[in-house]
Design a protein around this ligand. Structure first.
Ligand SMILES: [Ca+2]
Length: 389
């Protein structure tokens, strides 16, 4: 279990979140107050997640069958458990079509990150992947902690180096600073320090606060609902704006959360998101090979668990594999730094809904995605994977 010994005290302050210099979702730059808190030194590892599963019998979202009632008209045979897996291409491809390197893999889960033929033996100290938001929240509740808010995450990622492009300064990653893609995306990866894919936590230098992999390795869940732009600071407790409604976009009925930090797939020519200001959306029930999480905690004990689905208790319903993230009750915005519900405009001007048919085995699954020029995230019956690195 992630315990206090694994945590670093982060003194609070005013974080200037975002950037105007890269992708539109990072703007506008806003200021947020962050209270002092504890942040885990590293992401939750396979070893730690296995302890949780062993103790609770928890079944992750990717291991559960999809409910036919949620997907009328889809062949029930296609609703088997699975998740999204990255596979390098043979050579250069059109980078606008993420389907060439992402595939839906039946049987893929945290135990079998790349599908039934793969496992996590020897990867005990790598970050756990193929975990959905509900899974991360359940682990956090079990450990008596919570997920960090987006503001806390960005504040911690900067490591005291305020205003810098990267967590270490202004120079791009040369492969020694963080686990991001080295070579040509998505077909030739020479590997950061030789690691292609995830690397053991602690393999790369920590940031100024002693935190590992705040850049790269895996993207990490935060407790915040996604917004296509940083929210304006006007804070109105409007009862009409529930977190659920606000966190969805373009007709998407499943809430999305903010991911931070970039991953081992971040390649400058495709996705320069291994920066503290970078952010990415993910639907709560998504699981991929490049997405994990780390824990945070208030300095004072007895606080609630940020990011835990409303009413969810650790361990309960776990064996039944209840698909509670779909259609479940989602409470108001639980961002600790932004307690009241804020209103903001959903940026849909550049969005585009399409309907596609996934190739191969899952051909009859209907996939749609909510596309924008920089990051067209695919949406599946379950996953709304981020094609960014
Ligand atoms: Ca990371």
């Amino acid at each position: 279990m992630t315990g206090e010994a694994d945590m670093v005290r982060i003194d609070g302050g005013t974080v200037r979140m975002g950037s105007e210099d890269f992708y539109p979702e990072e703007g506008p730059v806003i200021e947020r107050q962050v209270d002092s808190f504890l942040m885990a030194r590293h992401a939750v590892t396979n070893r730690q997640f296995a302890e949780f599963v062993e103790a609770t019998g928890y079944t992750t979202v990717a291991e559960r069958p999809l409910a036919p009632a949620d997907f009328p008209g889809v062949d029930p045979e296609m609703l088997q458990p699975g998740s999204l897996v990255f596979t390098p291409t043979r050579g250069p491809v059109d980078l606008r079509d993420w389907r060439q390197w992402w595939r839906w893999e039946p049987g893929a889960s945290w135990r079998h990150p790349h599908g039934p033929g793969s496992g996590v033996d020897g990867l005990e100290d790598h970050p756990v992947v193929q975990v959905a938001f509900e899974d991360a929240s359940a682990y956090a509740a079990w450990a008596g902690m919570r997920l960090p808010s987006e503001a806390e995450w960005e504040w911690a990622a900067r490591g005291g180096l305020l205003g810098a492009t990267y967590a270490w300064g202004e120079e791009p990653n040369d492969g020694t600073r963080a686990n991001s893609w080295q070579g040509d995306f998505p077909y030739r990866n020479t590997g950061a320090k030789g690691w292609k894919g995830t690397s053991p936590v602690g393999s790369f230098p920590p940031n100024g606060y002693g935190l590992y992999d705040m850049t790269g390795n895996t993207w990490e869940w935060t407790g915040d609902y996604w917004s296509a732009r940083h929210r304006v600071t006007t804070c109105q407790c409007s009862p009409g704006e529930s977190g659920r409604a606000a966190g969805t976009g373009s007709g998407e009925r499943r809430p999305q959360r903010v991911l931070k930090g970039g991953s081992h797939l971040c390649a400058p020519e495709y996705c320069l998101r291994y920066r503290p200001a970078a952010r990415s959306p993910e639907t709560e029930d998504s699981a991929t090979t490049h997405l994990g999480f780390r824990l945070a905690r208030d300095l004072s004990l007895g606080s609630g668990v940020l990011g835990s689905p409303a009413g969810e208790r650790p361990g309960r319903n776990a064996r039944r594999g209840r698909a509670s993230s779909r259609g479940g009750e989602i409470g108001a915005d639980d961002s600790r730094s932004e307690r009241c519900i804020v209103t903001w405009k959903r940026a849909t001007a550049s969005s585009l809904d399409r309907r596609i048919v996934w190739p191969g085995r899952a051909q009859r699954r209907y996939w749609t995605w909510h596309a924008s020029p920089e990051s067209p995230p695919p949406r599946s019956p379950r996953s709304f994977a981020v094609p960014t690195g």
